[in-house]
Design a protein around this ligand. Structure first.
Ligand code: NDP
Length: 450
């Protein structure tokens, strides 16, 4: 099913991962990508195999799944499944978002938790990797239904989290509203006002820039990458898929950096606006009214709506920012981008490009920023929220934004330098994996964890 990994031990490990949990394709995809890029490191340091680091790395420290019963507005009881994976705590307490989406299952949660471990390390801050969520679909639910679901979810999850243990945040389907309900229930159960969740409202321990952090951070990372290649956002046409938290603030920052965003999407379709996306209108439709992106074309005469989101990548652009979900940009889409003159793709969503797409982009010499590095700004500012909660202070927007810029610049340079050191200059995907792995594996060995 997948390309052989050029190291006998790692190839065998990959086969064991697949045999142990055969129904987890997204997790296999994420592990395969990482193990492939670690070949030169493991060849140089064979003791990592002997001491069990590689085997431990692909097995979560803990995985809990639980029942979440809740009542809808008509009094009908529904039962969803909740998850929390605590993947790796070698360098700090587990940290990673919660996703509420019908597609959520063991495979998705494990792939996200595995990726999160590497991503968190790249921020340079002391946070381990975790992830969680539920197959609950918040779409078309009332605020009261969402609140009852969040309360029931927390009735179980509170046992596994805490400011020095595991600190969840948002992800797809979990924004400020959900974090508020989850935090309220955590406080009620534990009688503790603690930073056990991030992405909180500003009036109860949230951080400025958290809402903007992933999208802004993505553009800061991409800006470093394109500038190193003598290019820039200035005057460049930009595509952004999705219209959720990451997409909206990627659009905002790309525009501030001089780019022109001409398209955005949701899971039903995309809008193309040759005049440039009117972000205030998108925010009104998506953040305030919680409606579909097709509304944009109804209210903006210069925009066209197309049903189905895959064809967004056929629009000519210089920079593409996939910010919706995993595997949304496939080989065909990558070829369309290449043919239309795209020079950079930076991943805002987690694993939005398929392995075939990444291969095609890299082979064509397109600058490629992998999610683990380019979207680490969200968790980076979450860690800054934890810091502010611990010291009971709130930093200004400018202070947090400056720290975010530094985090993204450091993440870019760490990935670029690690890639160059192992003979893969320019391959930021490999560099990001290697830079994080070296730090995590040293911490694991030092703690005698393996
Ligand atoms: P949101 O729920 O705010 O937005 C998700 C967007 O993607 C929506 O426009 C949604 O459309 C669209 N989408 C979701 N599923 C699909 C699908 N199967 N096909 C097409 N479009 C889809 O989530 P976020 O913006 O928070 O997250 C987006 C991505 O970024 C995810 O991969 C997440 O893991 C990643 N990420 C998020 C971080 C954060 O801080 N929020 C941090 C790091 C990574 P619709 O409304 O129709 O469902």
């Amino acid at each position: 099913m997948k390309m052989k990994i050029a190291n006998e031990y790692l190839n065998g490990l990959m086969e064991r991962v697949i045999a142990r949990d055969p129904g987890e394709p997204e997790f296999h995809q994420a592990v395969h990508e990482v193990l492939t890029s670690l070949v030169p490191v493991v060849n140089e340091r064979p003791e990592l195999i002997k001491k069990g680091v590689m085997d431990s790395l692909v097995e979560p420290e803990r995985f809990v799944s639980f029942r979440v019963p809740w009542e809808d507005d008509q009094g009908v009881v529904h039962v969803n499944r909740g998850y929390r994976v605590q993947f790796n705590s070698a360098i700090g307490p587990y940290k990673g978002g919660l996703r509420f989406h019908p597609s959520v299952n063991e495979s998705i949660v494990k792939f996200l938790g595995f990726e999160q471990t590497f991503k968190n390390c790249l921020t340079g801050l002391p946070i381990g990797g975790g992830k969680g969520g539920s197959d609950f679909n918040p779409r078309n639910k009332s605020d009261s239904e969402v609140m009852r679901f969040c309360q029931s979810f927390m009735n179980e999850m509170y046992k596994y989290i805490g400011p020095d243990m595991d600190v969840p945040a948002g992800d797809i389907g979990v924004g400020g509203r959900e974090i508020g309900y989850l935090f309220g229930q955590y406080k009620r159960i534990t009688t503790q006002f603690q930073g056990a969740l991030t992405g909180k409202g500003l009036s109860f321990g949230g951080s400025l820039v958290r809402k903007e952090a992933t999208g802004y951070g993505l553009c800061y990372f991409a800006d470093n990458m394109v500038k190193d290649a003598g290019r820039s956002f200035e005057g460049t046409t930009v595509l952004v898929s999705g219209s959720g938290n990451v997409a909206i603030y990627a659009c905002e920052k790309a525009t501030q950096l001089g780019g022109k965003v001409v398209a955005m999407s949701d899971s039903d379709g995309f809008v193309y606006d040759a005049d440039g996306i009117d972000l205030d209108l998108i925010k009104q439709i998506k953040e305030v009214e919680r409606k579909r992106i097709s509304e944009y074309a109804q209210r903006k005469p210069s925009a066209q709506y197309t049903e189905g989101c895959a064809k967004i990548w056929n629009i000519p652009c210089g920079i593409a920012l996939p910010c919706a979900t995993q595997n949304e940009l496939d080989e065909q889409a990558a070829k369309a981008l290449i043919a239309n003159g795209c020079f950079a793709v930076a991943e805002g969503a987690n694993m939005p490009c398929t392995p075939e797409a990444v291969e095609a982009l890299q082979a064509a010499g397109i600058l490629f920023a992998p999610a683990k590095a380019s979207n680490c700004g969200g968790v980076g500012v979450s860690a800054l929220e934890m810091t502010q909660n611990s010291i009971r202070l709130s930093w200004s927007f400018e202070e947090v934004d400056n720290r975010l810029r530094d985090i993204m610049s450091n993440a870019y340079h760490s990935a670029a330098e690690a890639a160059a050191r192992y003979g893969m200059a320019g391959n930021l995907a490999a560099g990001a994996n290697i830079a994080s792995f070296l730090k995590i594996s040293d911490a694991m060995l030092a703690q005698g964890l393996v």
